[in-house]
Ligand binder design. Structure first.
Ligand code: CMP
Length: 140
């Protein structure tokens, strides 16, 4: 069965533009509840490790630079079928293709500076939650 939790990151573009409150309000209005949250400035090593799956992609260096350009806000969100529901709520990677009312349509500038991350599977949601939060922060 699909899980109740997923991992999101309000990225440095949106966090730096003081859009975190608006984005959290949008997600709460869509039924998500924040179950863990922190504000942090990723190191190159952390960003590189988090996005290691994209290491061979041409945009990897740009992605690591962007994700380390300022503070960001990782959060664990809860909702039934959380992974699919969050991907729906944030919209396509490219804001030009994102549906109306989605986080990326409203707040993203480009494919790279795209405001928010969402886990793409239950397995990755668990792995990514543990990347940012201690086991003791994840008692729901
Ligand atoms: P995210 O959902 O966090 O996961 C991978 C990220 O890679 C993606 O969001 C984008 O920020 C980034 N990305 C994907 N495609 C491109 C691209 N063509 N150019 C720059 N960054 C990209």
């Amino acid at each position: 069965m699909a899980g109740k939790h997923t991992l999101t990151i309000i990225k440095p573009d949106a966090f730096g533009a003081a859009k975190a409150g608006n984005i959290i309000a949008l997600l709460e209005a869509r039924g998500f509840r924040v179950r863990a949250a922190r504000v942090m400035h990723l190191t190159k090593q952390q960003a590189g490790e988090f996005y290691a799956v994209h290491r061979e992609r041409p945009f990897y260096g740009e992605l690591v630079d962007f994700m380390t350009s300022g503070a960001c806000m990782p959060m664990v969100l809860e909702k039934p079928n959380a992974v699919v529901a969050l991907r729906d709520a944030i919209g396509a990677t490219d804001p030009a293709e994102a549906a109306a009312g989605t986080v990326r349509k409203l707040y993203a500038e480009s494919k790279g500076r795209n405001a928010i991350h969402a886990s793409d599977s239950d397995d990755n949601a668990g792995r990514e939650a543990r990347f940012f939060f201690a086991e003791t922060d994840l008692i729901y």
